[in-house]
Design a protein around this ligand. Sequence first.
Ligand SMILES: [Mg+2]
Length: 193
Amino acid sequence: MKIIVDVDGVLAEFNHSFASELGLQVTQEWEPTRWHWPDEMASPEAVKQAWESVNDPKRSFWYGLPAYPETREALERFSVLSQSDDLYFVTSRSGDTAKCQTEDWLFTMGMVMDDITVITVERGKAGIAHDIQADVVVEDRPENLIAIRKELPNARLYLVDRAWNKEFQKGGTTHHNITVVNSILDALELENL
Ligand SMILES: [Mg+2]
């Protein structure tokens, strides 16, 4: 089976670290309810600067992100799965060292395998999902799944339930045949993996 797994919002918690880059004080429980929250909470200049800082090759922003509670168990399962299935971590993380940082992060968080396939994409994930001919995709961003659905009518698409995709869940999932799961572990369960 060919499985595509997104990183941020599925395995890694991006928002708190990015809020800190923006100089924003947020509580531990805070979760943004919109994808484009930085544009609503900070000036365009501050957002631009934060991204420059994230992309600075001398830093390791991506490597420093915390994992969600379920991530370690998921990576343990992936480590076993990788012996029989093709796993692709597909991310739109930016910066010259994003791929390398992501690989190191996955190893640090418990992935055990010889070779991790991390693919960084600049625009959308539908093209790569099509090229891979993915059977399963796990994502937190509805727009990505909608675009992937157009390429892969028969793939099983999972949306991890997060505060920022609740609005979409009200109407869009049935139409695009997307299954909402509480976490990556539930997606693996439904796939009997
Ligand atoms: Mg994501």
